[in-house]
Design a protein around this ligand. Sequence first.
Ligand code: FAD
Length: 417
Amino acid sequence: MPATSAPPPPALRPYLTARHELLWNEVDAFAAEHAAPRAVRMEAAPGRVERKVADLMAARGWFAVTVPAAFGGLGAGHVAKTVLIHRIACVSAAAAAILQATLIPVGALLHFATTEQKARWLPGVSDGSLLLSIAVTEPTAGGHIGGIETTAKRTGNGWVITGSKVHIGNSHLAGAHLVLARTAEPGVRTSQALTALMVESDRPGLSVAHHRPGLGLHGFSAGRLDLNHVRVPAGNVVGEIGQGLSVAQSSSILYGRPNLAAVSLGIHEAVAATTTSYLKGRPRYRGALSDLPVLRDRVGDMEARLRAARILAYQAVHLLDQGLSCDADLINAKYLGHQWAMTSAQDAMELHGAHALDRDYLLQRLWRDIQHTHPPAGTGEVQRIRLSDAAFDEDHIQWSERLAAEAAWAQPDPSAA
Ligand SMILES: Cc1cc2nc3c(=O)[nH]c(=O)nc-3n(C[C@H](O)[C@H](O)[C@H](O)COP(=O)(O)OP(=O)(O)OC[C@H]3O[C@@H](n4cnc5c(N)ncnc54)[C@H](O)[C@@H]3O)c2cc1C
């Protein structure tokens, strides 16, 4: 039984305004009406990329939840973003993945694009006609940004980009990709060697490989882009030349981490709801499985993890909306949010006995989907490296201080819906 249409729990009240609660109810209604039936269809046709649910979310302006009203967005801030992703993920993690994947490059544009560039791309995101992707990961370098091999070479008043990117969220839906490429000669430090460039999906030389379904998140495309001498004008460089590492790192910490925490949280809610519903309904002795202390003990552990994950996910983005320093909190919310949901999903499988192994049972989808929130926006290893740096007071740049706090648009617009 998916956890649909539940009111916000009291523990989240410190982080939610009345407008957030309205949004919560609106998203739950959307998820029940549109995402739930599509989640079933997406599972039945894993080879298909889901466009309709993306169109429906786009029509509501949700891809522009953090975009200021000046560019047609909702200007509703980071907590509102988490409400959207979390509540949709309770019903369909794939739909939530579609939403979150575009919200990362949107964040990068908000912080690094010029006013002219924002006026060029953001209104399309706001009216739903343009989805974006961020393309960092490569076949050989993987998540090691310093190993990026894609190059962008200057030519006349533009750039020619050559290379390949893999696992790119919304690869098949995006009308433009924010591509990270090497623009410096070998030997230049990574912090000055990379540049972010917008590449419209219809540029000659850009091809998107045929969609191949993964283990889970069916309907979401995270595919391969090949760029074969793709030309873009100088005006497509986002941020300064050589500033690509900052663009990628900051958007991954400020947007990627909390987005993935919200996806994990939604899956976790659905895992817990499915498990309690099953245990209550399965007869044993004179009662049900839910009466057995040994099973209740495991459910108690699950509930403890879920309650803690909820607070981490919302507290971190609340701090971001307040303009407070919170990089380690965002990282921790992603890290533990995934870990705890994984543990609960595995427990849930065991608590269902053989029933969980029956084909088409919901829990299988949840178990497969949660595997997908480990790699993006930093694997567990990456999060632990950053968290140990924080423990030793060796923090890197505090992107939450440097970017979010100084930008007036990062504060939620009190009049936003
Ligand atoms: C659902 C999903 C969506 C994604 N969306 C996007 C997207 O929109 N854009 C994008 O660019 N990418 C995206 N990715 C890719 C994701 O960012 C990468 O999978 C991730 O960075 C890890 O890269 P990799 O899978 O190649 O693993 P590798 O980098 O090859 O790492 C393999 C293992 O080694 C560990 N490891 C590697 N280096 C170190 C180190 N120095 N120290 C300790 N451990 C290390 C890793 O933690 C991991 O466990 C997505 C992935 C998924 C699953």
